[in-house]
Write a protein that binds this ligand. Sequence first.
Ligand SMILES: Nc1ncnc2c1ncn2[C@@H]1O[C@H](COP(=O)(O)OP(=O)(O)O)[C@@H](O)[C@H]1O
Ligand SMILES: [Mg+2]
Length: 425
Amino acid sequence: MKVLVVGGGGREHALAWKLADSPRVEKVFVAPGNPGTATFCTNVPLKVEDIAGLVKFATEQKIDLTVVGPEIPLVLGIVDAFAQKGLRCWGPSKAASTLEGSKVAMKEFLRRHNIPTAQFRLFSRAADAHAYIDEADGPLVVKCDGLAAGKGVTVAKTAAEAKAAVTRIMEKHEFGKEAGKQVVIEEVLKGEEISVFALCDGRNAVLLDYVQDHKQVNDGDEGPMTGGMGAFSPAPGLVSPRDEDELVRRILVSTMSGLVHEGRPYVGVLFLGIMLTDSGPKVLEYNVRFGDPECQTLMLRLQSDLPGVLEACLDGTLDKVDLEWDPRTAVCVNLTSKGYPDKYPVDVPISGLDAVKDAQVFHAGTRDRAGQLVTAGGRVLSVCALGKDLDAARAAAYAACDAIAFDGKHCRRDIGKRREARKAR
Ligand SMILES: Nc1ncnc2c1ncn2[C@@H]1O[C@H](COP(=O)(O)OP(=O)(O)O)[C@@H](O)[C@H]1O
Ligand SMILES: [Mg+2]
């Protein structure tokens, strides 16, 4: 079969790598891909937003299965556009993707179906939001309605901070006019935050093995939030059996049946952002795609045939699939550019990739400049390794990180150490 992966980051490199591993797959295209995918796939110079171009390409090339990495094409309706042409595209429909595309739509969905989440109010006028903040007592979370590349949420300690967030979203339109038309203001939830992934075929959902990620840029969870500095899987003890039971019954099953009930069944991977509170797990948000770098660790450990699993999502036959996982631990460490997540330089030459042993390096933000691999993004390389336990996986991943060199290279040194750090406190 011929497969097309949409996207060009570490997540998509890992998906393409796993798809190419299947004996059923003859050819993998990646749009737009990166220098890493270019080594074993055919990169196609199409942007992820270019839905018409992607439909045309998939039609001409008779692509059997298209796999979408990022949220933007999903929210734009890529799955619907492909389906109209009789093309198989793995991911949620446009209607189901509003769970990520609009925080207002997400919160209203949660309320309609009585799914545990933070208490909230919605505002479409800045003045009303300001008045509410003035009256409310204590910290609040302010969320921009539309996609904001992970920067639209402020967990405000004071009213002044909350009001500043409203101003940025609704008055200065920092995330665009449309995205900032409404805000969600909600209570601050306390507890441990986890990400949970489930494959869905419309009616059935299967939890994937647990992954824990590390969002802050520096060791010890210090510094600003990033798209993700690293992850590890499995994460034993992360979720208690009782929390898991509640999570499945009150959140996952209710989400799936709620969407079926509303005529927009969910197909693809559902990413649940969960806070494990004293009164049980609550939904912080939904995402309609894999997390990056969580996906990299999952692809390293998945032993089932990936195209078969994704086709089962499309066919509604996930109940017949038993996912098999490598029992070993996978660790992913992201190498980032100096300054990330703020301003960072690009076009910095990268060396040492040839010296990497016992690790899998996925490209995240790299570019080929006349035969020289150079940096092209904040997150540059996703360095992943398997080990018999967490220590062995960490050792292999960090040995590879040390073999790679570029000016200003940064990584966290404590990926996988969070639980130990917690216990020590
Ligand atoms: N109600 C809440 N209480 C406490 N922290 C929150 C709450 N909502 C969001 N957060 C924090 O803010 C982060 C970003 O919010 P999220 O809803 O995941 O939006 P996005 O990922 O789109 O930026 C979360 O990962 C979490 O750490
Ligand atoms: Mg989030």
